[in-house]
Write a protein that binds this ligand. Structure first.
Ligand code: MN
Length: 131
């Protein structure tokens, strides 16, 4: 393996976009014309994203633990290490850890022309997050 570029520091997921303790490692970031961004996202038990969309969709690949994903209008679905989830372009959804376990997933997106990778909306209603 050849390391060509220092990886940015791990950073905390901001409270406006996440509930609970979330940490992101950026593994791949856009350097024109490459527009793929890949993160390893670490969710503490109960932590999850707010509702959001991705302009070009998203691939989630769970590397550790057990988590949850929900698409607008759909049921909350369990995901676990080894699972891969495809989110359609502009599909409202959220994802995160299950209530009592850590979960880590790789998240892969392609940035739009203007660099946008996600549009963020409201936090998940606590009544909709399984106890
Ligand atoms: Mn997403």
């Amino acid at each position: 393996m050849r390391i060509t570029r220092k990886r940015p520091d791990t950073r905390r997921g901001p409270a406006e976009n996440f509930t609970g303790e979330v940490w992101l490692d950026e593994i791949a970031s856009p350097q024109q014309p490459f527009r793929t961004r890949m993160f390893s996202v670490h969710f503490a038990p109960g932590a999850h994203t707010a509702w959001h969309t991705h302009p070009h969709g998203q691939v989630l690949h769970v590397t550790e633990g057990e988590g949850l994903v929900q698409r607008k209008g759909g049921a909350v679905e369990p995901i676990r290490a080894g699972d891969t989830v495809w989110i359609e372009p502009d599909e409202w959804h959220w994802h995160g850890a299950a209530p009592r376990t850590f979960m880590t997933h790789l998240a892969v997106v392609e940035a739009a022309e203007d660099g946008t990778t996600a549009c963020w909306y409201e936090h998940v209603d606590p009544a909709d997050y399984p106890a």
